[in-house]
Design a protein around this ligand. Structure first.
Ligand code: SF4
Length: 298
């Protein structure tokens, strides 16, 4: 076997293995796999029990009354990830100890609410003009891991809740694949208001980034996952190339940050899921988490 053929074969096997792991862990059916590759049946998960109902999350800053009304009226729940009848059940959740002993959620939730009150009905940058709802953040105030996106999209803007659109549903599956529940994490954005044309002006990033840093300083997650270019630039390095720094840990302002691709990028390029899953496994190892599948094989 020539060196070139051997190298290509090893790369193919690595890609196929990563693709399979993602498929098995997440139930993601939109995964691109090499031509002619047929993933095995998912029988191992067919009888897996569904996880118990989650307790209500300790949301640090509730959406406005108008957003809450829209949220309740939205059917089906945009946070829920619909599955076809034939899809495998959710993998069982490994229940890690997410709240450090002796460190209560209430003081952090209160500090987040004070910050939310300080932001108020913000008009500090031009994005205020086009928003329906300011999207502050959502999740556990004692989360061990935070996911930071660039800014709200139309669905999030309408409801005032982060990551409720299609890419948010994918992020939910990514979090579940890590053995966590969505409400175990903290979700927020660099900019709290939607950029109507999707193009976030620099002045909005500069003006809103201090709010992000203040949020993360209150939650104090062990790891912050920066989803995409903008969060990577805001939290790691304004000149960083995501393709170069992706999957590496950076210590910045007391935060440990790992950049990876945004779920939107995965929807557009499913082949990136293999790389993102590798990055998330680094986060899991750093947190001492165990993938549900790995536990089941013991
Ligand atoms: S994006 Fe941030 S700074 Fe700009 S108006 Fe919204 S909350 Fe204020």
């Amino acid at each position: 076997m020539s060196h070139t053929v051997g190298h290509a074969l090893r790369a193919w096997v690595r890609a196929a293995r990563g693709a399979l792991e993602w498929h098995l862990e997440t139930g993601e059916s939109a995964l691109g796999v090499p031509d002619g590759f047929r993933p095995p049946a998912l029988g191992a998960f067919a009888g897996a029990p569904r996880r118990p109902a989650a307790p209500p999350p300790a949301a640090p800053a509730a959406p406005s009354a108008a957003a809450q009304a829209r949220l309740q009226a939205a059917q089906p729940d945009p946070v829920a990830e619909p599955r076809p009848a034939s899809a495998p059940a959710d993998p069982p959740v490994v229940a890690p100890a997410l709240i450090p002993a002796g460190d209560g959620a209430a003081p952090r939730a209160a500090a987040l609410q004070v910050l939310r009150d300080e932001i108020g009905d913000c008009t500090r940058c031009p994005l205020a003009r086009g928003r329906a709802e300011l999207v502050f953040g959502w999740g556990s105030p004692t989360a061990r891991v935070a996911f930071v996106g660039d800014g709200p999209g139309p669905a999030e803007d309408a409801l005032g809740v982060p990551f409720v659109g299609e890419s948010g549903a994918l992020l939910g599956r990514m979090i579940r694949a890590m053995g966590l529940r969505r409400e175990d994490a903290y979700l927020c954005y660099v900019t709290k208001c939607r950029a109507p044309d999707g193009d976030v002006p620099d002045v909005a990033v500069e003006t809103c980034s201090p709010f992000l840093r203040a949020q993360l300083a209150r939650v104090r997650p062990e790891i912050v996952v920066a989803l995409g270019d903008l969060p990577t630039h805001a939290l790691v390095d304004p000149t960083a190339s995501l393709s170069r720094v992706r999957g590496q840990f950076f210590e910045r302002d007391g935060l440990r940050v790992l950049p990876t691709f945004h779920p939107d990028a995965l929807l557009q390029s499913p082949n990136l899921k293999v790389a993102v899953w590798e990055d998330l496994k680094k986060v899991m190892r750093a947190l001492g988490l165990e993938a549900p599948r790995a536990k089941g094989r013991r």
